[in-house]
Design a protein around this ligand. Structure first.
Ligand code: NAP
Length: 246
């Protein structure tokens, strides 16, 4: 899959799934912009690996919760590179616990990052993509957006909203030659699951037919396919990558 000449923006690419996606896009030839919020060291490491793979890019700090931050980031990219061909909305946070114990501040933060962050990024790149009549957006959702998860009610709601946003936007933008898809990962071995104890992780693996957690590469390979011309007739889809879990 050849993405040479394409400019990709991956949000939350300082570690985890975003880092794997940034790297795989770079290996396919794309120039990759590594967005991060706090973890500058992690973002610089992603960029180092991108360069080692033979591609290039840069790190841009921006908090996806804030429209102005996202606007400045996308403005800077378009001014310098002339284009954003691929947007991967990956930045996200999780918060587990009983819904009844959650505070308003906690659900506001989660929804601001997981849902409003995606809306902010789409809005800012689409000003540009629509005028070019070309573009590709991939939203990183979750299997919990499909099924709902106990003790992750707000997280599930944020990802369920991403799924319907993806489908709606895909219909609206197909005439402009812009594709919008989502990937719904199962349990992926990243820092996001570090709150689980060793025993909890082992118990969780027993619920997965493939008996293991996924890794970033499992998601990244699909992101590259969805970014490429090989998937040119695929839009509005929520594609599950979960080792058979749901
Ligand atoms: P992770 O290891 O915790 O990484 C999250 C990334 O998001 C970090 O790079 C972080 O950067 C960034 N981020 C968080 N808030 C941000 C903000 N406001 N603005 C910009 N960047 C922000 O998590 P992950 O497991 O790779 O998760 C990535 C995506 O996959 C998320 O959307 C998550 O919901 C989804 N997902 C994960 C799993 C899983 O099992 N891991 C399963 C299903 C879906 P900073 O540290 O710099 O803030």
């Amino acid at each position: 899959m050849n993405l040479s000449g394409k400019i990709a923006l991956v949000t939350g690419a300082s570690r985890g799934i975003g880092k794997s996606i940034a790297l795989e896009l770079a290996k396919a030839g794309a120039v990759v912009i590594v967005n991060y919020r706090k973890d500058e060291k992690g973002a610089m490491d992603t960029l180092k690996l991108i360069k080692e793979s033979g591609s290039y890019g840069e790190c841009i700090k921006a908090d996806v919760r804030y429209y102005n931050d996202v606007y400045s980031m996308t403005y800077k990219i378009i001014k310098k590179y002339g284009n954003i061909d691929i947007l991967v909305n990956n930045a996200g946070v999780s918060k587990t616990g009983l819904f009844i114990d959650m505070t308003e501040d906690e659900w506001n933060e989660l929804l601001d990052i997981n849902l409003k962050g995606v809306i902010n990024c789409c809005h800012c790149v689409l000003n540009h993509m629509v005028s070019k009549k070309s573009g590709n957006i991939i939203n990183i959702s979750s299997i919990w957006g499909n099924t709902g998860a106990s003790c992750e009610a707000i997280y599930s709601a944020s990802k369920g909203a991403i799924n319907s946003f993806t489908k709606a936007l895909a219909k609206e933008l197909a005439p402009s030659n812009i594709r919008v898809n989502a990937i719904a990962p199962g349990v992926i071995d990243t820092q996001m699951n570090n709150n689980l104890s060793k025993d909890e992780k082992e118990a969780l693996k027993l619920e997965i037919p493939m008996m293991r957690f996924g890794d970033g590469e499992d998601i990244a390979k699909l992101a590259v396919f969805l970014s490429s011309e090989n998937s040119k007739y695929i839009t509005g889809q929520i594609i599950t990558v979960d080792g058979g879990m749901i």
